[in-house]
Design a protein around this ligand. Structure first.
Ligand code: ATP
Ligand code: MG
Length: 476
């Protein structure tokens, strides 16, 4: 069974309180009762002394000798005068022989008959009476018994009232303590309950907590630490999820890369094998087929070789920093030289390359790899640009960054393909290049090289308008 902290605090506290109150009432009750009996005892003792004194005076004043006979004669008169004087019931019993009827039967009276003094307290139908009985003696001989009774109902009633009030008072204190301790313990437990609710949220994967605790005590500290912990866990989980997504993406890319490699290699191989098989079977009998076949085998073999070289190149440029040779280089000179070399190629399609390159652009990088980047981008602009158009190459520096832009007028890239053109082997379907030998590896190689240089590449394009490639280098 679940035991709430609130009840663990409340129960022992209230138990101790209850036992304390009950003990207090018990002690008060006993002290009161003892006091009542002490009052009665003192009353009785002084009553006896007064009566003995009165008896002696009575006989003296009336000039009587104290004897059994005079006691018998005067007993009524003595009883009346004493009762009137003390305001209580005083009786004299001169006839105490064993055959006398009407003698009281209580224990005090029996003891008085034996020469002792005793008093008894009677409780009878709500009334409390105390009676003292003592012997009247002459020269050691008992000549009668005197009894004195007094009503103590009021005294006992007063005690009961006192106890009732004390009890009610104790009950009220108990109730007040019960309510106060319930509220205080509830107040103490509230933040813990809030923490439990929030822990529950975390176990359900919700990390945005709503901890409504502003106390500055240990529980408040615990709540703050708990919130920090939840934030850390949330951050770690986000990192793990991001890593997981990246790993999945890499796995998918790797799979698609191998699928593409296999597909690209299979096509020329199938052609080579097909022609080789027929040539083997027919020999030189069909000279025309023999010549066509061997040309196909050579061309496809060449394509295969180019493809393998491209794949090797792509793999080399991908992430192996060790293969890079970083040094200070003159980008202006590199760009101008590459543009010059590509102009020959572009000229075949009446494409002009205009450059607007700032002087003395010095950067840190791998010269060969950066040349490869520009060559690939210009190659794309020539392959997919319109004949009789112009390619613009612009380069300048701004602050710590160097920007390169290559812009062509050509068939452009549809918006939906822009996200994917950096993937290895991805080619826009329907965008036929001016010449063969395209594998779709160029832009993935370019992106790798730029990223290894700490730069960024972005492509904007409009179908049937042209494409603009922007590169920034030199950032951190
Ligand atoms: N300047 C451009 N204009 C229009 N389309 C382009 C341009 N540059 C790239 N593309 C499109 O993006 C695809 C990917 O380019 P990428 O350079 O990676 O491959 P490729 O040029 O086809 O082959 P490779 O570079 O391996 O010879 C191209 O196939 C083409 O469809
Ligand atoms: Mg290319």
């Amino acid at each position: 069974m679940k035991q709430s902290i609130q009840y663990k605090i409340l129960l022992p506290f209230l138990l101790v309180l209850f036992i304390g109150m009950a003990s207090l009432i018990f002690v008060l009750y006993n002290i009161n009762e003892q006091n009542a009996y002490l009052t009665i005892k003192n009353d009785m003792i002084s009553a006896r002394r007064n009566q003995e004194l009165f008896l002696r005076q009575y006989f003296l004043i009336n000039n009587l000798e104290i004897s059994h006979l005079s006691l018998i004669n005067e007993s009524d008169s003595i009883s009346k005068s004493l009762s009137a004087r003390l305001g209580s019931d005083v009786r004299v019993y001169p006839n105490i022989s064993s055959d006398t009827i009407d003698l009281p039967k209580d224990e005090g009276f029996s003891l008085a008959l034996e020469g002792d003094t005793a008093y008894t307290v009677f409780f009878d139908r709500g009334r409390v009476t105390a009676t003292i009985s003592f012997p009247i003696q002459i020269e050691g001989k008992i000549i009668g018994i005197m009894t004195y009774s007094k009503d103590y109902t009021d005294l006992f009633n007063k005690n009961s009232r006192f106890l009732l009030i004390t009890g009610l008072f104790a009950a009220a204190i108990f109730l007040a303590m019960l309510i106060t301790s319930y509220l205080i313990s509830g107040h103490l437990v509230k933040p813990i309950k809030s923490l439990i609710r929030n822990t529950d949220q975390i176990s359900k994967g919700k990390y945005d907590l709503d901890i409504d605790i502003d106390s500055r005590d240990e529980i408040g500290e615990l709540a703050n630490k708990f919130e920090d912990m939840a934030k850390t866990v949330k951050r770690q989980i986000e990192i793990i999820e991001k890593d997981r997504d990246e790993i999945r993406e890499t796995q998918e890319q790797t799979k698609s890369f191998f699928d593409n490699v296999t597909h690209e290699l299979k096509t020329p191989l199938t052609t080579i094998l097909g022609y080789a098989q027929v040539i083997k079977e027919n020999g030189f009998t069909d000279k025309e087929f023999f010549d066509r076949g061997t040309s196909y085998i050579i061309n496809e073999g060449q394509r295969l070789n180019d493809l393998v070289m491209d794949i090797l190149n792509a793999s080399r440029t991908s992430s192996n920093l060790g293969e890079y040779d970083f040094q200070e280089l003159d980008l202006t000179e590199l760009l101008r030289q590459t543009c010059d070399e590509m102009r020959i190629d572009a000229g075949q399609y009446d494409i002009q390359i205009d450059d607007e390159i700032q002087d003395n652009l010095l950067i840190r990088g791998d010269r060969d790899r950066l040349k490869e980047v520009i060559t690939n981008l210009l190659d794309n602009s020539i392959k997919y640009g319109y004949t009789n158009s112009t390619i613009r190459v612009v380069a300048f520096s701004k602050g710590p960054l160097t920007f390169i832009t290559i812009k062509d007028r050509g068939i452009g890239i549809p918006e939906k393909d822009l996200d994917r053109i950096f993937e290895p082997f991805y080619r826009v379907s329907g965008n036929a290049p001016k010449r063969g030998g395209s594998t779709g590896l160029g832009l993935s190689i370019v992106k790798n090289i730029i990223e290894i240089h700490g730069g960024a590449i972005d492509i904007k394009s409009q179908v049937n308008q042209g494409t603009e490639v922007n590169i920034s280098l030199g950032g951190d």
